[in-house]
Design a protein around this ligand. Structure first.
Ligand SMILES: Cc1cc2nc3c(=O)[nH]c(=O)nc-3n(C[C@H](O)[C@H](O)[C@H](O)COP(=O)(O)OP(=O)(O)OC[C@H]3O[C@@H](n4cnc5c(N)ncnc54)[C@H](O)[C@@H]3O)c2cc1C
Length: 470
């Protein structure tokens, strides 16, 4: 029987494992941590009964993909739940903006910018299924829908600050800047719109759902799917060399490129080693989980109903914070992403106490404590918040890497979203999953289409491996 070993049980490792097992291979996943799931783990990190997502919280790009359709994770227990407001952006004085599922309803809340929001996101939303067909794959291919992709590509290529200036109100500009900041790039840099345009469109096309019971439900469903095809998972074992794996026909590495270099060792061709060693990581994140007594007292009404709340103030403030982080400095007012998953999924709360998720963008490898800065930013838009905090759990950028070796320096998106790495990751080649050793493939978020708990890197890598076997 053809055998495969998958190193790492993040969503990409598990997606690769499910895809290979479904194709008839005998698959074993080996995971360093004692718990499966990589970036899709959830735990009671603050108080008993309060479920916190340790990493990934919202899953717009996982809802409808070739992998989700093939793996049918719903039949293995995965259920998506949507908040009323997909994401919001409070500004000082109780003002702010909110993104709803409908482009039209979102536009209605944006006053003078209604028409321009519809102009940018309307056509993209209508065509998003066709766009994802192309962008969930490696960039070097003949596009299935060239015209639709061209419009998406044109907007994506802009610096986020340039696209934001298309709107005239501080609300609409900030709403876009908040979603663009997910790229963790200076807003003035080329292609810094790529992630914002994709996630902003996905909010209208699919929403930003959470997994019922916590993001760990995503990996649990993938493990159930894997086991239904005869695969198994071994936890608590770090793989250091290929030799430890025996001689499987296929090896999938759900690891950072530098770890792939070290695991594959001397067998790696020199040109691949050099290319993978040049791979660049981005800034880090500093994460705080709060147990909150009741709700967060947001002054901006719609933020009380939002799954995700982007904190950072105006587009100019966010641009300054992201620029400072990219330079290696810690801004006084960092960009903070707040997750209120419990609004869509009340099963994560207990006795009126709610789990609140928050992380700030910080410089790579930041060793300081950003807890107070995060709390100040939330308090600024929700006065009285601090009085409602019952408990905290803190994970610094350095501890992020200890938690998951793929998050180098706290880089939770496994690689800088620079123009080169947005288009070619982890190196410039027609087959980005192959590492130049027969049967060995990289399948982590360092490969296309990049970060996110969608499993598409693993799925694409598994398809490349299956093609290599035939
Ligand atoms: C704070 C935070 C917020 C996020 N928010 C979102 C979000 O809202 N939506 C979204 O879609 N994505 C989000 N992400 C990103 C998402 O979690 C990642 O992009 C995704 O998990 C990457 O999946 P992966 O399979 O490539 O790797 P990972 O999920 O990082 O998993 C890699 C696994 O491999 C294991 N491993 C590594 N090396 C070895 C080894 N040598 N031997 C054995 N095992 C090994 C690790 O222990 C880990 O379990 C977030 C991440 C973080 C941390």
């Amino acid at each position: 029987m053809t055998t495969a070993v998958v190193v790492g049980s993040g969503p990409n490792g598990l997606a690769a494992a499910v895809t290979l097992a479904k194709a008839g291979l005998q698959v074993t996943v080996i995971e360093a941590a004692h718990v499966v799931g990589g970036g899709t783990r959830s735990s009671e990190l603050t108080l008993p009964g309060l479920i916190h997502d340790e990493c990934s919280g919202f899953h717009p790009l996982a809802v409808d993909t070739p992998f989700s359709r093939e793996a049918d994770l719903h039949s293995h227990g995965l259920r998506w739940l949507w908040p009323e407001v997909q994401y919001s952006h409070p500004l000082d004085g109780g003002r702010g903006a909110a993104a709803l599922r409908s482009v039209g309803d979102t536009a209605l809340g944006l006053g003078d910018d209604a028409r321009r929001w519809r102009q940018v996101f309307g056509p993209l939303t209508e065509n998003f299924d066709r766009i994802t067909e192309d962008f969930l794959r490696p960039m070097l291919h003949v596009p299935a829908h060239p015209l639709v992709l061209a419009r998406f590509g044109l907007l994506s290529s802009l610096p986020a600050s340039v696209l934001a200036s298309r709107w005239s109100t501080p609300e609409a500009r900030a709403l876009y800047a908040g979603v663009a900041a997910h790229a963790m790039r200076p807003l003035s840099s080329p292609m810094s719109s790529a992630i914002g345009v994709a996630l902003g469109t996905a909010a209208h096309a699919y929403g930003w759902p959470v997994a019922e019971g916590g993001s760990a439900a995503i990996s649990a469903a993938m493990v159930a799917a894997l086991e239904s095809h005869g695969g198994k998972v071994l936890t608590g074992t770090t793989v250091r060399t290929l030799a430890e794996l025996g001689e499987p026909d296929v090896v999938m590495l759900d690891v950072a490129p530098s770890a792939a270099v070290s695991i594959v060792g001397d067998r790696l061709p020199g040109r691949v080693r050099r290319a993978l060693s040049r791979y660049r990581h981005g800034p880090g994140v500093f994460k705080v989980e709060f147990a909150v007594d009741g709700e967060v007292p947001w002054r901006h009404e719609d933020s009380r109903r939002a799954g995700t709340v982007h904190i950072g103030g105006s587009v100019e403030e966010i641009a300054a914070a992201e620029r400072e982080v990219a330079r290696g400095g810690m801004p006084e007012r960092p960009f903070v992403l707040v997750g209120q998953q419990y609004l869509a999924d009340p099963s994560r709360s207990k006795d009126g106490k709610n789990p609140l998720y928050a992380y700030a963008h910080v410089p790579a490898g930041y060793t300081g404590d950003a807890t107070a800065a995060i709390e100040r930013q939330i308090e600024r838009f929700a006065p009285g918040f601090k009085d409602r905090v019952l408990a905290r759990h803190v994970r610094s950028a350095v501890q992020m890497e200890e938690h998951n070796p793929n998050y180098i320096g706290g880089d939770v998106v496994t690689g800088a979203n620079s123009p080169l790495q947005l288009v070619f990751r982890p190196r410039v080649t027609l087959n980005p999953y192959a590492v130049g050793v027969p049967g060995v493939y990289l399948c982590s978020a360092a490969t296309p289409p990049g970060a996110g708990a969608h499993g598409m890197c693993g799925y694409n890598a598994a398809k490349a491996a299956l093609a290599g076997l035939s």
